[in-house]
Write a protein that binds this ligand. Structure first.
Ligand SMILES: [Zn+2]
Length: 120
């Protein structure tokens, strides 16, 4: 692994773990849904423009649908559970996944935005 790809991996991993993409120490979120405007350690502004978080929502919904539909199909093929309880389980799973993965997907998107932004 080259030094540049290691740096990219570190930034994306830190972001996924809700840490600042620049310093890896500050926290991107306070509580479950409140985004910190800036890093408390290095001062990086996390969201520079309103609407910058749309990509994070795509990651969140894409991941939720992938795991929900994939999980439904795999479990159906392996165990053939009764349809209605099985469907209800995966609908609840989908809702829980979207709520629990929200911060991680949005923070991951901030890491991607950090990697691709122009550094003046
Ligand atoms: Zn920082």
């Amino acid at each position: 692994m080259t030094r540049a790809s290691r740096k990219v991996t570190r930034i994306l991993w830190d972001s996924f773990l809700l840490r600042c993409p620049q310093c890896g120490q500050g926290h991107t979120f306070k509580g479950l849904f409140k985004l910190n405007p800036t890093c408390e350690v290095c001062g990086l502004q996390f969201e520079r423009e309103s609407g910058e978080s749309v990509g994070g929502m795509y990651i969140n919904l894409g991941g939720a649908e992938l795991f929900t539909v994939g999980g439904f199909i795999v479990m159906h093929l392996l165990f053939k559970p009764p349809f209605v309880p099985h469907l209800i389980f995966w609908i609840l799973f989908n809702i829980a996944f979207v709520l629990l993965f929200y911060r991680h997907s949005r923070s991951l998107w901030m890491g991607i935005a950090y990697l691709t932004r122009n550094k003046e």
